[in-house]
Design a binder for this molecule. Structure first.
Ligand SMILES: CC(C)(COP(=O)(O)OP(=O)(O)OC[C@H]1O[C@@H](n2cnc3c(N)ncnc32)[C@H](O)[C@@H]1OP(=O)(O)O)[C@@H](O)C(=O)NCCC(=O)NCCS
Length: 158
C-alpha cells in the first residue's frame, strides 16, 4: 500500500477510521479545517478501504504532524512504523522539510514508542495541555531533524 493524498471525498472514511482506532479521535470539524487550510491529508488505501491516515501541515521547511492513526485491525503489526517512514520520506523529499514536529499525549505509550523508534526526540512538555477523562493530560513535544535521519524503508509485517 502506498501513501496517497486524499481529498475531502474521504472525509467519512477518515472519521470512521479515527473513531475506531483512537481514544481521542479528531472531530469532523478538525478534518474539515485541515482540508480548508490545505494541510496534506494522506491515506493508505487497500481496494477502497482506508487502512491508515496522516495529516501534515507544511510551513516553509517545517512539517507538523497533526494526526496519525492506523486502523484498529492493522495496529501492532509494524504498519505504523513503516508508514511513519513513508510520511518522513514524503516530507523530506517532496516538501524539502528539514524538521518534523508533533505533540502526543503523555499517556499514549504506543504512539510515543512509535515516534521514538522513528527517530523523534522529546523537545518539550506542555503541562495539562489536553482534556482527559479525569482532568487534563500533558502533551509531549517531539521533533525529528530529518537531515540526521537517513530513512530506509523496510517492509511492514503482515
Ligand atoms: C500509535 C499507533 C499509530 C501505532 O501504530 P502501530 O501500527 O500499532 O505501531 P507498530 O506496530 O508499527 O509499532 C511501533 C512500535 O510501537 C510499539 N507498540 C505498538 N503498540 C504498542 C502499545 N499498545 N504499547 C506499547 N508499545 C506499542 C511496538 O512494539 C513497536 O515498537 P518496537 O519497534 O520496539 O517493537 C496506533 O496504535 C494508533 O493508530 N493509535 C491510535 C491513534 C493515535 O494514538 N495516534 C497518535 C496520535 S499523536
Amino acid at each position: 500500500m502506498k501513501l496517497q493524498k486524499l481529498t475531502d471525498r474521504w472525509l467519512d472514511n477518515l472519521i470512521e477510521l479515527d473513531a475506531a482506532a483512537s481514544e481521542w479521535p479528531w472531530l469532523r470539524t478538525q478534518y474539515l479545517g485541515s482540508f480548508e487550510h490545505h494541510d496534506a491529508v494522506y491515506g493508505w488505501v487497500d481496494r477502497d478501504t482506508l487502512c491508515g491516515l496522516a495529516v501534515v501541515q507544511y510551513v516553509l521547511d517545517e512539517a507538523n504532524l497533526l494526526n496519525f492513526a492506523i486502523a484498529a485491525e492493522y495496529q501492532g503489526q509494524g504498519f505504523g512504523k513503516h508508514w511513519m517512514q513513508c510520511v518522513i520520506q514524503e516530507a523530506r523529499d517532496k516538501h524539502a522539510s528539514q524538521t518534523m514536529f508533533l505533540e502526543v499525549r503523555a499517556g499514549n505509550a504506543a504512539a510515543i514508542k512509535l515516534y521514538t523508534r522513528s527517530g523523534f526526540v522529546q523537545t518539550g512538555l506542555r503541562k495539562a495541555y489536553y482534556p482527559a477523562r479525569n482532568g487534563r493530560e500533558d502533551a509531549i513535544c517531539m521533533s525529528l531533524i530529518m537531515s540526521d535521519n537517513l530513512v530506509t524503508l523496510e517492509p511492514a509485517h503482515g
